[in-house]
Ligand binder design. Structure first.
Ligand SMILES: NC(=O)C1=CN([C@@H]2O[C@H](COP(=O)(O)OP(=O)(O)OC[C@H]3O[C@@H](n4cnc5c(N)ncnc54)[C@H](O)[C@@H]3O)[C@@H](O)[C@H]2O)C=CC1
Ligand SMILES: CC(C)CC(=O)C(=O)O
Ligand SMILES: [Mg+2]
Length: 356
């Protein structure tokens, strides 16, 4: 199979972890006789530095001409004083919008050999297998107006949480479709006791559920959801929620696996190409030290093989290699525990390649 992959390393550890995923994809290509080519493009702070904007037109073009997109992460303290509309994070929001990536799938699975790395008790996390479906192109990260203003002589500020019914419908329908292939339960997380947007969200979820009689729909308020996620995560199968709630809850969910550095994601659209990225950010506190965990990005590459290219066997081979490396005791600093072997980003990548 011949596939062209757009690669957007971004900033900070984004560059380091993406390199790991590329090497693993090349190793899979060699072993299974696929030709993966890589087209590099800029995004985020590094794009701002070289072009003055966080998402150059050229990057959008390269992505649209590719079969899938692999992204690292954007941002860093260097850009704190850049005007908000030019900040690295805007580049990420803009590429999601440009590619119409309306649903972000963030699976949280239990890694038996990492049970010691989670601050949560083993009996709470053992067997966790949930999928967060986060709305990705609407809500408060995109709504207008978003500005500072003066009101009655005082400094004021406005952000806007805006959704159109069809934006809510398509992501909730996607969650039900995914639940059909899993444990047949959808938990819709909202704040319907306060927000009008959540009241419509809940209404739409009930309507769509009528098309899926075999699937159980449950509603949960987001504050309770945040608590249930660490108290009893095994109750969840598919969780569907709006953009900001999903952003926050999925970082929380990563604690169930042992580290933020373990959670991959796939962002899907109606037309493709899809985009794959770890859920973490550019981690300025550890960037440039070759200590970041590359596994979330390597597992995102596995999601790419499966979801975009239909290469189930190859994707499973990567997942199996990751598990065997963890079972063998290799750990980056974020998942390190007593008696294990601490390795760097590049060494972890090498171990995964060997295990393949
Ligand atoms: N998708 C993206 O590009 C995202 C970008 N950001 C941006 O990243 C920058 C830093 O944000 P933070 O709030 O610090 O979030 P972060 O996700 O970058 O880091 C949070 C903590 O987790 C650790 N961590 C994250 N990924 C890791 C990995 N692979 N291996 C080991 N440890 C890891 C970091 O060292 C840090 O202590 C900001 O500019 C933020 O806007 C934040 C989240 C997502
Ligand atoms: C720019 C942010 C919305 C990125 C983020 O935190 C995420 O997508 O998880
Ligand atoms: Mg986030």
């Amino acid at each position: 199979m011949e596939k062209r992959i757009a690669v957007l390393p971004g900033d900070g550890i984004g560059k380091e972890v993406v390199q790991g995923a590329i090497e693993v994809l090349k190793a899979v290509g060699e072993r299974y006789n696929h030709q993966f080519s890589f087209a590099f493009a800029e995004i985020g702070g590094s794009a701002y530095d070289s072009t003055g904007v966080p998402l150059p037109e050229e990057t959008i073009k390269i992505c649209k001409e590719s079969d899938a997109v692999l992204l690292g992460a954007v941002g860093g303290p260097k850009y704190d004083t850049v005007p908000v509309h030019l900040r690295p994070e805007q580049g990420l929001l803009q590429i999601r919008k440009a590619l119409n990536l309306f649903a972000n799938l963030r699976p949280t699975t239990y890694f038996a050999s990492l049970a010691d790395s989670s601050p949560l008790r083993k009996e709470i996390i053992e067997g966790v297998d949930m999928l967060m479906v986060r709305e990705l192109t609407g809500g408060i990260y995109f709504g207008q107006p978003r500005e500072r203003r003066e009101v009655n002589g005082k400094e004021a500020v406005v952000d806007t949480l805006y959704y159109e019914r069809d934006e809510i419908e398509r992501v909730i329908r996607q969650a039900f479709e995914l639940a059909k292939t899993r444990k047949k339960k959808v938990t819709s997380v909202d704040k319907a006791n306060v927000l009008e947007s959540s009241r419509l969200w809940r209404e739409v979820a009930v309507e769509i559920s009528k098309d899926y009689p075999e699937i159980t729909l449950e509603h949960m308020l987001v504050d309770n959801g945040a608590m249930q996620l660490v108290r009893n995560p095994k109750q969840f199968d598919v969780v569907v929620t709006e953009n900001m709630f999903g952003d926050i809850l999925s970082d929380e969910a990563s604690v169930l696996t042992g580290s933020l550095g373990m959670l991959p994601s796939a962002s899907i659209s109606e037309e493709g190409p899809y985009l794959y990225e770890p859920i973490h950010g550019s981690a300025p506190d550890i960037a440039g030290k070759n200590i970041a965990n590359p596994l979330a990005t390597i597992l995102s590459a596995a999601m790419m093989l499966k979801v975009s290219f239909g290469l189930d066997e190859e994707a499973a081979a990567i997942e199996k290699a990751v598990n065997s490396v963890l079972d063998a005791g290799f750990r980056t600093g974020d998942i390190m525990s007593e008696g294990k072997t601490q390795v760097s980003t590049t060494e972890m990548t090498e171990e995964v390649k060997k295990a393949l």
